[in-house]
Design a protein around this ligand. Structure first.
Ligand code: NAD
Length: 361
């Protein structure tokens, strides 16, 4: 029987509430698929700062490096907001991404048919939305050198950030995007600002070149300003999008509102040796400890783990179908309920998804 090791880093706030539900769903689907999953937990974020004095202790990093995949909750909270930047909980996540060379961030945004009314956008706009934003995660403006602020004697100042990409960095994320698009509806939109930025001109050149290896995927180039408009105007025109770090940061959050609630959005950071899977949402201090957080984002992140790290597409489909059935039966956590509708807690929602996974095996 195949055995996989999953490093579990629940983190802070609602992280430790939603992550166990994702683990239970993984365990249920693995049982049905005849695969053995070994879960090993480690500290990260504020929880690690409180216990070990740093946001990513060496033992947590070692566990992640040796795992087949990482299931991550969320980190941060008001308790640790006053710490200096290098000691804050978020450092734990950034260190993991960097150390594991997770250069591609996959953010699906799907508007489930039964949740169309939970989106702030009109039904006619969001209905049928099912897209994947792939954001380059380790290069571009956020990391480019030189960077810094120059202060002048007259009191003025000048600040610099540098947007830089090598052809190798573009090529690897482009190839990943074509491969993802190939498993979806075989349409890839590469988003850039090639009418202004030379970095984008190189981006377009390399993506076009990589595209020749994927004649079955239709490639189009979209300027980032047009993409921003189209996402809220006609999101159904997109299937897979790929873009550089900064544009991806903004567009993936914009795409998030199409899905209705933060509690529904999974993500994957892949490319290196070990993939990391986490809900898009943070630690939700306003509802932490109440047992009301929506575990679906974490559960759908677990489905991505099955698909992209364990190559278990059938099992991933089963989890996604189970979530859809539970929603179809009308079950809702508070964040996706209509006023007056009965709501379930985190654990109850997890129970229902587990039951549906078992029923669908
Ligand atoms: P947040 O995503 O934690 O919460 C935003 C809003 O969405 C809140 O009202 C929250 O209650 C709601 N929400 C989020 N997830 C939900 C769920 N599963 N079910 C129901 N409702 C949910 O964002 P924030 O409030 O800006 O940040 C809170 C903390 O989380 C901060 O410390 C921030 O730094 C951290 N954060 C961490 C990550 C991460 O670990 N990747 C990401 C974003 C924010």
């Amino acid at each position: 029987m195949a055995t996989y090791r999953i490093a579990v880093l629940p983190g802070d706030g609602i992280g430790p509430e939603v992550t166990p539900e994702a683990m239970r769903v993984l365990a249920a689907v693995a049982k049905g698929a005849g695969v053995s999953l070994e879960f090993e937990q480690a500290l990260v974020g504020g929880a690690a700062i409180d216990t070990a004095g740093e946001p990513l202790p060496a033992a947590s990093m070692a566990l992640c490096q040796q795992a087949d995949a990482i299931l991550f909750g969320a980190v941060g909270g008001p308790r640790w907001d006053d710490l200096p930047p290098e000691r804050r909980p978020e450092r734990g996540l950034l260190a993991l991404r960097k150390e594991l060379d997770l250069f591609a961030n996959l953010r699906p945004a799907r508007c489930f048919p039964m949740l169309v009314d939970a989106s702030p956008l009109k039904r006619s706009v969001v209905e049928g939305t099912d897209l994947m934003v792939i954001r380059e995660l380790t290069g571009g403006l956020y990391f480019g050198e030189p960077r810094g602020v120059e202060r002048f004697a007259d009191g003025g100042a000048r600040a610099i950030n540098t947007m830089a990409y090598t052809s190798r960095e573009i090529e690897r994320v482009a190839r990943m995007a074509f491969e993802v698009a190939r498993k979806r509806r075989r349409r890839l939109a590469s988003v850039d600002k090639a009418n202004v930025l030379v970095v984008s001109q190189l981006w377009r050149e390399i993506v076009t070149r990589v595209g020749r290896e994927f004649p079955d995927v239709t490639l189009e180039h979209v300027l980032v300003d047009n993409a921003a408009m189209a996402l809220v105007h006609r999101p159904t025109q997109f299937d897979t999008l790929v873009t550089e770090n900064t544009f991806g940061d903004i567009l993936s959050d914009e795409a998030a509102i199409l899905a209705g609630s933060m509690g529904m959005l999974p993500s994957a950071s892949i490319g290196g040796k070990v993939g990391l899977y986490e809900p898009v949402h943070g630690t939700a201090p306003d509802i932490a400890g109440k047992g009301v957080a929506n575990p679906i984002a974490a559960i759908l992140s677990a489905a991505m783990l099955l698909r992209y790290s364990l190559d278990m597409a059938g099992a991933a489909d089963r989890v996604e179908a189970a979530v859809e059935r539970v929603l179809g039966q009308g079950h809702r956590t508070a964040d996706i309920a209509r006023p007056g509708e009965k709501t379930l807690g985190t654990r109850e929602m997890g129970d229902l998804v587990v039951r549906e996974v078992e029923a669908g095996a």
